[in-house]
Ligand binder design. Structure first.
Ligand code: C5P
Length: 222
């Protein structure tokens, strides 16, 4: 029963991080939230007032940037240059700008290398947009999670409500669709289902159902 690599990709709000975290816990694997890494980069670029479309500037910034994902009771904390930015990277501003920095080849090259190093020893569940296609093309298990746009917006709405944010459901849906469009239409490593990925439509599945399904698939491959 050896440690495998599990890649979980899909559009925004499909439940990737919730599911990936639980699968990792059940298998005692490491969970790696690659979206959090792109978000941390976007946050630092915004804070530094950099041009979010300037690949060279972002590359120079990355040469002096550390991003650490540290496991805790609630899941994972994200540290940017030693500072806990777990909350800030979920802000509206970061969410609506992260796709711009994620389009840049310089940024992707740097972060993909970091992600591959983190996964080197196996025993990982990694979630993102290009894990099965680019980061871990040889992952033993690839899952592509989808759900209807209405359901994804509804899930984000509930998450926001729990955190005490009042947001408009329709606005949230439009923002999710716009982010997916940017992520799917970019030239470098766009959001795509890998040919050998198992697609799961989670629209009417519970989190437990999805986790159980992935654990079965993982068991078949370990
Ligand atoms: O997963 P999350 O919604 O936190 O990801 C935030 C953004 O980071 C995505 O919308 C996408 O632009 C970018 N991303 C990416 N490749 C990944 C993970 C995230 O381009 N592997």
């Amino acid at each position: 029963n050896h440690s495998i690599r599990i890649a979980i990709d899909g559009p925004a709000g499909a439940g990737k991080s919730t599911v990936a975290k639980q699968v990792a816990d059940r298998l005692s694997y490491i969970y790696i939230d690659t979206g959090a890494m792109y978000r941390a980069v976007a946050l630092k670029a915004i804070r530094s007032s950099l041009d979010l479309h300037d690949g060279q500037a972002l590359k120079r910034m990355l040469d002096e940037t550390t991003v650490e994902l540290i496991k805790n009771d609630e899941g994972q904390s994200v540290f940017l240059d030693g500072q806990d930015v777990s909350e800030e990277i979920r802000s509206h501003e970061v969410t609506n700008n992260v796709s711009f920095v994620a389009r840049l080849a310089e940024v992707r090259e740097d972060l993909v290398r970091r992600q591959q190093l983190l996964a080197e020893k196996g025993g990982v569940v990694m979630d993102g947009r290009d894990i099965g296609t680019h980061v871990l093309p040889k992952a033993e298990l690839k899952v592509f999670l989808i759900a209807s746009a209405d359901e994804r917006a509804r899930r984000r709405f509930e998450e926001n409500k729990l955190k005490g944010f009042e947001v408009n459901l329709e606005e949230l849906k439009q923002e999710i669709l716009l982010r997916d469009k940017r992520d799917s239409e970019r030239e470098v490593a766009p959001l795509r289902k890998a040919e050998d990925a198992v697609e799961l439509d989670t629209t009417s599945m519970t989190i437990q159902d999805v986790v159980a399904k992935i654990l079965v698939l993982a068991g078949e491959r370990a």
